[in-house]
Design a protein around this ligand. Structure first.
Ligand SMILES: Nc1ncnc2c1ncn2[C@@H]1O[C@H](COP(=O)(O)OP(=O)(O)OP(=O)(O)O)[C@@H](O)[C@H]1O
Ligand SMILES: [Mg+2]
Length: 480
């Protein structure tokens, strides 16, 4: 069986923060629901108790009005009995006083019969029930009083009922306040959760920022203070940095060695062939020329391959310095010119700004790019040139254009020739066509590494014009 190679999908940005919010949010909502229910029930019970207390007080006062006359029950209704209930203006009050035979002595005779006495509690305790009377919900209290002054003891029953309008309003108000208080508390808790999560993630965010702000050439260990929980992560990153640095050093050494190993024997072949050419017969000369061409082509390909392989590292690792592009162009051109009478390369500087303007760049890489463009112009254009190098600037860019008078590149070929190992279809003598197809790809990488862009255009009057556009030097940066 193959081991399970499926990796978990990479976490989305901010996933950790979202997960924490989700979990804490759910816990908060559950807690809120629980507390809300408790608070609501408590408010209802408290309101019910307060109103029941008034109701039973009123019933007890009414019950005081009973007396026994002989064997008959009589009742007076003291007006004070309803004084407390009368304050609840929105509600209606009903009462009924009856004897133990169920006969109404006074009050609403059709008010519900009293609830059966609860065997578990004292018979003289007020007994409450919520029910309806004339289709209106009411709360009813029954109070039983035993009268013993007559010939035989008798139970007198007092019923007082009240509609629920104010009772419900009060419960709603108290519950509402309790829930409102809870919501305020929840808002504060949510804000605190937000703060706590941000605070807890801050060391990770800070670490990320430190890594992002780092110079790509800096492989020294991360040393900023981090909480104990983050230390293993920092140690792992430091170990990765150390391994990365050592592997980079190894690659660079290998590339330098490889350059040397390939170039040295090829240079030797070229030198020896050139020496042999001097004393060769015409027949031998032809063969030696062919060897020379192939050796030069191989040396060129080796050079281009090595430049291509190292340019990425170079752009990444070499510090950029402000440099004058006009000076650089002049130096590269001078290196290329054959002697005092050679006019194949001409430098034009269109204005004073372009003559002195600087860009932030890597001199070696930019010189490589320019050399490649000049090589192409000389290789694909007329052998004697001229090749014109034009320096001009606009508001945002300092531009250098290398223009020849050759066949140019067909528009449909232009995107293709910028890719590695892609060559165009220029019709040229066989001996001048050698090349690896890497030159323009290298140029493009250099330009992009400097925040610029490359444009290929067939110039008016024939020939190719390659323009490299570089952003101007940022304000405040000058040549040291
Ligand atoms: N000035 C030019 N005029 C016409 N065609 C050109 C010009 N410059 C480049 N090309 C075309 O673009 C192709 C790619 O050029 P590039 O410089 O990348 O490779 P190369 O010149 O073939 O090889 P090398 O890596 O040795 O430079 C060339 O093969 C050629 O067809
Ligand atoms: Mg080329």
């Amino acid at each position: 069986m193959w081991p399970n190679l499926r990796r978990p999908p990479p976490p989305k940005p901010g996933a950790l923060r979202r997960r924490l919010y989700r979990r804490l949010g759910v816990a908060l909502i559950v807690l809120l629901g629980l507390l809300g229910t408790l608070a609501w029930r408590y408010a209802n019970t408290a309101s019910e108790r307060a109103f029941d207390h008034l109701l039973s007080a009123s019933a007890l006062t009414l019950a005081e009005g009973f007396r026994l006359e002989g064997n008959a029950l009589r009742a007076d209704v003291p007006p004070s009995a309803f004084a407390m209930l009368a304050r609840l203006t929105d509600d209606r009050v009903f009462y009924r006083l009856l004897d133990d035979d169920g006969r109404t002595i006074t009050g609403y005779p059709d008010l519900l019969p009293p609830p059966a006495p609860d065997a578990r509690q004292d018979a003289s305790e007020p007994q409450f029930v919520t029910t309806t009377y004339k289709d209106v919900p009411i709360r009813l209290v029954a109070v039983r009083r035993l009268l013993t002054q007559g010939e035989r003891p008798r139970w007198a029953v007092t019923l007082v009922a009240q509609t629920l309008v104010q009772r419900q309003a009060q419960a709603l108000e108290m519950g509402g306040y309790a829930v409102l208080g809870l919501l305020v508390l929840a808002g504060a808790a949510a804000a605190m959760i937000g703060l706590a999560v941000t605070e807890a993630l801050r060391p990770i965010v800070d670490l990320k920022q430190v890594i992002a702000d780092r110079d790509p050439r800096d492989f020294t260990p991360l040393r900023q203070p981090v909480p104990e929980e983050i230390q293993p992560l920092q140690r792992a990153l430091n170990s990765l940095l150390a391994r990365f640095e050592s592997s980079l050093t190894e690659t660079r050494t290998f590339l330098a060695d490889a350059t040397h190993q390939v170039r040295t024997p090829l240079a030797s072949v070229i030198t020896q062939t050139e020496v042999a050419l001097r004393d060769a017969t015409p027949a031998q000369q032809e063969q030696l020329q062919r060897i020379l061409r192939n050796a030069r082509s191989a040396a060129r390909i080796a050079d281009q391959l090595l430049t291509d392989a190292t340019i990425g590292n170079r752009l990444e690792l070499t510090p950029r310095t402000p440099l004058a592009l006009a000076r650089l162009c002049a130096d590269v051109i001078n290196d290329r010119l054959g002697g005092a009478g050679d006019t194949s390369l001409r430098l034009f500087i269109s204005d004073d700004t372009s003559a002195t303007a600087e860009i932030l760049g890597d001199r070696g890489a930019l010189a490589d790019a320019l050399r490649n463009l000049i090589d192409n112009a000389l290789k694909y254009g007329p052998a004697t040139g001229p090749v014109e190098i034009n320096l001009h600037s606009d508001a945002n860019h300092l531009n250098v254009t290398v223009r020849d008078y050759g066949p140019g590149i067909a528009p449909e070929d232009r995107p293709r020739v910028l890719r590695r190992f892609e060559r165009g279809s220029s019709r040229l003598p066989a001996d001048r066509l050698g090349g690896s197809g890497l030159g323009l790809a290298i140029v493009q990488r250099v330009v992009r590494g400097h925040g610029g862009q490359i444009d290929l255009l067939n110039a008016d009057g024939g020939g190719l014009a390659v323009t490299l556009r570089f952003p101007h030097l940022p304000e405040g940066e000058t040549q040291k």
